[in-house]
Design a protein around this ligand. Sequence first.
Ligand code: NDP
Length: 306
Amino acid sequence: SPTAQIINGKAIADSIRKEIADEVKALQEKYGKVPGLAVVLVGTKGDSATYVRMKRKACADLGIQSFSTDLPGDVSEEDLLKVVADYNANEEVHGILVQLPLPKHIDEQRILDAISLEKDVDGFHPANIGALAMRGRTPLFTSCTPKGCLELLKRSGVAISGKRAVVLGRSNIVGMPVAHLLQACALPFIIISDATVTVVHSRTPDARAICAEADILVAAIGQAEMVRGDWIKPGAAVIDVGTNPIPDASKKSGYRLVGDVAFSEAKERAGFITPVPGGVGPMTITMLLSNTVDGARRTFEKAAAG
Ligand code: NDP
């Protein structure tokens, strides 16, 4: 059997970034203003500082104005809320991102709830997630990684309507919004998919048999290579969101990243598959930039309409 078409997330993200850069220019010509994104980093733990640096650089590359606040790891919840409130009020800021996870002493829900709905470019505000889950509603923003998964499918020409989709994982950040996007129905929703969706989680018996029926399989569980080749329906489209470090003595860092899918086995059965790295990863920041430009366009249009 022929091996899968590898979905090149880096190349797709690069072409979307060109479209976004053109849009930024067009907005600047029309309204004399540029989109602005505020990125708030608390502490210096884990990969957060790296992600934040990548997000700020990506803004600069595309002509998006970047606002930065770095707070110490022991910052108080009140002080962080004050930073969010200031960005909510700042007319040059169209998107606010507070990098997660936050330190334990801060109530993450309270911070996410405080971000203005119109600037919620991460799409984590419960009102945006609620709209995503409701028929006939259109969220102002949908979260970046799920949106990136859908873009990869669409831009690879994968048919979604009427297909069986299985999502592994049910987190607020990836699994659930991906499931909602895959089953999203007609207008006024921004993404129309019409798949029949099953969500698999840690209490699901026989995940393998369920996955084996999927025309579209999205894996977002954080379990290194758990999805084996024989879980894949021949010809299926496989989107691997997982990024799991595993020890690798041949690397300078001592580890390498693998997905939730055993890539070399799966690519012998799948019709389409994303690699890790270079699949979903590059799309996430790109969708953040796209959301920021969407927010800015809405604001500029509203102001112009008076
Ligand atoms: P979470 O840990 O929040 O959620 C994991 C989900 O997977 C849960 O719903 C859990 O089930 C389910 N799960 C865990 N183990 C199993 C299992 N053995 N069988 C079936 N289901 C299982 O993770 P996230 O959603 O935040 O992230 C998932 C993965 O995606 C991670 O590897 C993360 O690094 C990666 N990621 C990548 C991004 C990118 O840009 N490429 C962005 C965000 C995440 P239950 O609900 O029952 O606990």
